[in-house]
Design a protein around this ligand. Structure first.
Ligand code: NAD
Ligand code: IPM
Ligand code: MN
Length: 361
């Protein structure tokens, strides 16, 4: 039986490389339970396509209830070619969107850090990326992802029409911007807010709300508004100009994949989706299920391992162990261990071994 104050972690390995990278997280968690006083109950459930195959739905009510009653949820990845033709509600990705929404996990922190040992692994020049430390704050429970959508066959001309409505309320913008401003205060005190206020009313509204919040509550933080297309360009031109970037759901999705290549690989980028205080956080690597390498033991597990680190910090009350883990990842990379995405030949398990070895050192 779970004691009332004992933290609990729900693992949702999911599809493709998800189970492979979560297997390495399990090893790290076990090491911390045996050696670092980490005390938590761990549960695991199928999720995404794997859950659909077993239960006919990507997210069962039982799994959702368990997630809502956990301290933290750590997801691997969802999706794959075998489920792309599922009806919308049965698609693995819908399970993830429904989970994010139900958990009200609105503030998605996606840090992009360049490890010194990997400054040459990026496709960009070393001097552009060395020392990089950006925090992207992506709004995760609204916007075009959750607006009215459909493929309309009943149009006046008879021509089919696909649509997804982009929309944000004032409070949705304010609460995610607040997270960005608060984070900036503990960092280099600068926020770039990215939108398309030049063409979208929802973007203009986003800019107005962020401007007013800044004036009212965060005048000490430097704020710059940047159009999202320019932000994409500036990220590869001069990424070190950024500290915190706050942006909507869709732009945040795209800008974070772009930012991953500044660090060397998408296999490195963790994320934390935070809700209101006291509610569980949802932790997930930024990468997907990588069907092209799934089942081969080639995936880089560091994004998942670092996502567990973020769970230790933001939900499980052990920021010290996040630091320990971060240092271990740094040593594993400094020792030259490299999965294929980083130009090396090491396997998923060998990367896990290297992290465990560094933890034990
Ligand atoms: P992807 O991130 O799965 O893969 C893009 C490329 O990066 C592939 O070449 C892949 O091999 C590589 N890659 C990704 N993660 C890696 C890792 N840890 N180690 C080494 N290489 C890695 O994106 P995609 O191919 O566009 O999408 C595949 C599926 O994943 C789709 O069904 C998509 O919906 C889903 N997806 C899920 C998530 C998630 O679960 N959070 C995120 C993105 C995409
Ligand atoms: C991500 C993914 C998801 C998203 C998909 C799988 C729903 O790309 O977490 O970045 O678009 O949010
Ligand atoms: Mn994405």
């Amino acid at each position: 039986m779970t004691l009332p104050n004992r933290p609990s972690l729900l693992l949702l390995p999911g599809d493709g490389i998800g189970p492979e990278v979560i297997a390495q997280v399990r090893r790290v968690a076990a090491w911390m339970e045996s050696n670092a006083g980490l005390d938590m109950a761990i549960e695991e459930r199928p999720f995404g396509g794997t859950s659909y195959d077993l239960h006919g739905t990507p997210l069962t009510d039982e799994t959702l209830n368990l997630a809502l009653n956990s301290t933290a949820v750590l997801m691997g990845a969802v999706g794959g070619p075998q489920w792309v033709n599922n009806p919308r509600d049965k698609r693995p990705e819908m399970g993830l969107l429904n989970l994010r929404k139900a958990m009200d996990a609105f503030a998605n922190l996606r840090p992009a850090l360049c490890f010194e040992a990997l400054a040459d692994a990026s496709t960009l020049k070393r001097e552009i990326v060395a020392g990089l430390d950006i925090m992207i704050v992506r709004e995760l429970t609204s916007g075009v992802y959750f607006g009215e959508k459909g493929i309309d066959t009943n149009t006046p001309t008879g021509e089919k029409r696909g649509y997804d409505l982009q929309q944000y309320t004032q409070s949705e913008i304010e609460r995610v911007a607040r997270v960005a401003f608060e984070l900036a205060r503990g960092r280099r005190n600068k926020v770039v807010s990215a939108e398309k206020s030049n063409v979208m009313d929802s973007g203009l509204f986003w800019r107005q709300v962020v401007t007013a919040l800044h004036a009212a509550e965060y005048p000490d933080v430097e704020l710059e508004h940047m159009l999202a297309d320019n932000t994409a360009m500036q990220l590869v031109k001069n990424p070190k100009q950024f500290d915190v970037i706050v942006t909507d759901n869709l732009f945040g999705d795209i800008l974070s994949d772009e930012a991953s290549m500044l660090t060397g690989s998408i296999g490195l980028l963790p994320s934390a989706a935070l809700s209101t205080p006291g509610k569980p956080g949802l932790y997930e690597p930024v990468h997907g299920s990588a069907p092209d390498i799934a089942g081969k033991g080639l995936a880089n597990p560091l994004a998942a391992i670092l996502s567990f680190g973020m769970a230790l910090r933001w939900s499980l009350g052990r920021p010290d162990l996040d630091e320990t883990l971060y240092a271990a990842v740094k040593s594993a990379l400094a020792a030259g261990v490299r999965t294929g995405d980083l130009g090396g030949r090491n396997t998923t398990a060998e990367m896990g071994d290297a992290v465990l070895k560094a933890l034990a050192a």
